[in-house]
Write a protein that binds this ligand. Structure first.
Ligand SMILES: NC(=O)c1ccc[n+]([C@@H]2O[C@H](COP(=O)([O-])OP(=O)(O)OC[C@H]3O[C@@H](n4cnc5c(N)ncnc54)[C@H](O)[C@@H]3O)[C@@H](O)[C@H]2O)c1
Length: 258
């Protein structure tokens, strides 16, 4: 059965109790994994406070700040992990960002700054973290990221984030090829639309969810727990033959032509 006892997992991207990363952290914990959690720091320490109290029941070994745009802070996270854990097994990359201006209206109006920032935070950060994690990952380890259908098809308003997800999915394949010989797997989950802080910035997110509820084979969208279950499976030895894949957890929406 799904058992992550003895595995150490770094989970990024928890902002609040709606975060997909929160769903994943809970399922990893339930399967027995020991957790390290990151939060995006702000000047007043509000995120730290919120995330600390949310994750307390999961008794994480570490709760560390990590803004992926801050190279020194990201490096320091992995140095701290090395000091505390030596090696570890699982890296959950569950973060993305694009400005509101970039998530509605015409795609061609994307600014250079907004485009590059979305790609940096939402796509490059996986490469950055994978490189820092590489010397620390145990054989049988796993990297997992979160993507969306807007990275392979045009979804209204998703715009630059679609480009970031396309790059992210290709990152997964290149990283899987590089990390495979060390028996480390790299996969992505492509989730159906879920109401979260990040998704509420996408113009018309409620319409998207409504459309999926009417069209997907299961006639609904998915929950953070369902995504968390698949994430836990992909990071477990049950998925030892799976790498370089994008697994859809979207109530089947992706197969529909009309
Ligand atoms: N919600 C959906 O419908 C949906 C669907 C498919 C994929 N996803 C993906 O799931 C992932 C998690 O998003 P979510 O929907 O749970 O929203 P969320 O807002 O809860 O999570 C996004 C996280 O990104 C973090 N983040 C933003 N900028 C950062 C930075 N510079 N450094 C470090 N962290 C930063 C935020 O702090 C937050 O924790 C994202 O990659 C998102 O694109 C979401």
């Amino acid at each position: 059965m799904l058992d992550l006892t003895g595995k150490k997992a770094l989970v990024t991207g928890i902002a609040n109790n709606r975060s997909i990363a929160w769903g994943i952290a809970q399922q990893l914990h339930q399967a027995g994994a020991e957790l390290a959690i990151t939060y995006l720091p702000d000047d007043r320490g509000r995120q730290e406070k919120k995330v600390r109290s949310l994750v307390e029941p999961l008794q994480p070994t570490l709760i560390e700040p990590c803004n992926v745009q801050d190279e020194a802070q990201t490096r320091s996270l992995f140095e701290t992990l090395q000091e505390k854990w030596g090696n570890f097994d699982i890296l959950i990359h569950c973060l993305a960002f694009a400005g509101k201006d970039e998530l509605s209206g015409d795609f061609s109006h994307a600014s250079r700054e907004g485009y590059l920032r979305a790609l940096e935070i939402s796509s490059y950060s996986l490469v950055q973290m994978a490189g820092l994690a590489k010397p620390l990952l145990n054989e049988g380890g796993s990297l997992l990221t979160m993507t969306y259908l807007g990275g392979v098809r045009v979804v209204p308003n998703y715009n630059v984030m679609g480009i970031a997800k396309a790059a992210l999915e290709m990152n997964v394949r290149y990283l899987a090829a590089e990390f495979g010989p060390a028996q480390v797997r790299v996969n992505a989950v492509s989730a159906g639309p879920i109401r979260t802080l990040a998704s509420s910035a996408v113009g018309g997110i409620l319409d998207m969810i409504h459309h999926v509820e009417q069209t997907a084979p299961l006639r609904r969208t998915v929950t953070q727990t369902e995504v968390g279950n698949t994430a836990a499976f992909l990071c477990s030895d049950l998925a030892s033959g799976i790498t370089g894949q994008v697994v859809y957890v979207d109530a089947g929406y992706e197969i529909m032509g009309m």
